[in-house]
Design a protein around this ligand. Structure first.
Ligand code: NAD
Length: 283
């Protein structure tokens, strides 16, 4: 068992991953540069755990235990004791590299450094470290506490020992691990690109509106969410960036071409549920 976990970024994914690790009994330090994000993560966890009590899934002492396992911090240095750190900040290679390089100056020689990136090259992230063998992709899905699947992505540099340790620990967190090769979008995000892309193209061609496409996919296709609902749930900015990264990583293969509609929605701040407006209005 890994005792000390560091999480970088207290947004949608980081806060969910912190909950998963804390539930599994780890001592978690959740770091964000933005105090507001930390406050929001703390309040959201309180709400989620209260709901779990109401549903009879946990009791009050379990809620206290999970909450006591998470500390909210505003300095990266606080993660110095982390045996495994999972980064979940903005999907930007240069920003991630900078944070990883700083983190490596604080943690022990044996500490594992992982990224929750949806689409970036783990090899590139690893190459920014003094010890690239310690770097790996650990890709959770949204919402992290509910989604069973976690992709574990060894880079060409990753040591077998780091891979084995991560697979064992994530399995202990009651997740189902799929080991994927370090290629753009890994497994799920690559398969999902045409789902979003084709839905956006159909809307742009005037085939049907958002709600009609979503309804068709749910009622006939058996999907839990239609493509527009799902993009609003994930965050249009995050989803657009992933598509752009996968498109460029595959040498502009037209199968993954990003959509101007989604680009403009992201630029307008219509990010989806988290901003109160996306393809749908949530206010
Ligand atoms: P988000 O925008 O909800 O949260 C990102 C957080 O990181 C914010 O709180 C921000 O303040 C913080 N942050 C930004 N720069 C930072 C820095 N330098 N140091 C510390 N904190 C910093 O983003 P998200 O949706 O949680 O996505 C995070 C990562 O997880 C991305 O790489 C994304 O591709 C990946 N991911 C997202 C989803 C999803 O459905 N949203 C699913 C799987 C993976």
């Amino acid at each position: 068992m890994i005792k000390n976990i560091g999480i970088i970024g207290a947004g949608t994914m980081g806060s969910g991953i912190a909950q998963v690790a804390a539930t599994a009994g780890c001592a978690v330090k959740l770091f964000d540069v933005n105090q507001e994000a930390l406050d929001k993560a703390k309040a959201a966890l309180e709400k989620v755990l209260k709901r779990l009590i109401e549903k009879g899934r946990i009791d009050a002492s379990e809620k206290d235990r999970i909450q006591a396992n998470i500390r909210y911090v505003t300095a990266l240095k606080e993660l110095a004791k982390a045996d495994l750190t999972i980064e979940a900040i903005v999907e930007n290679l240069e920003v991630k590299k900078k944070v990883f390089q700083e983190l490596e100056t604080y943690v022990s020689d044996t500490a594992i450094i992982a990224s929750n990136t949806s689409s970036l090259s783990i090899a590139s992230i690893a190459a920014s470290l003094q010890n690239p063998e310690r770097c790996i992709g650990i890709h959770f899905f949204n919402p992290a506490p509910l989604m069973k699947l976690v992709e574990v992505i060894p880079a060409v540099q990753t040591s077998q020992n780091v891979l084995n340790t991560c697979v064992a620990e994530i399995t202990r967190w009651k997740k189902v691990v799929a080991i994927a090769k370090d290629t753009p979008g890994f497994i799920v995000n690559r398969v999902a690109r045409p789902f979003y892309g084709e839905a956006l193209r159909m809307y742009e061609e005037g085939v049907a509106n958002f709600a009609t496409i979503d309804a068709a996919m749910k009622s006939v296709g058996g999907f839990r969410m239609g493509p527009f609902e799902l993009m609003d749930f994930i965050g249009n900015d995050v989803n657009y960036t992933v598509t752009e990264t996968v498109f460029n990583a595959f040498y502009q293969d037209p199968r993954y071409k990003p959509s101007f509609t989604q680009q403009r929605y992201s630029q307008a701040g219509y990010l989806g549920r988290k901003s109160g407006r996306g393809y749908y209005d949530y206010k």
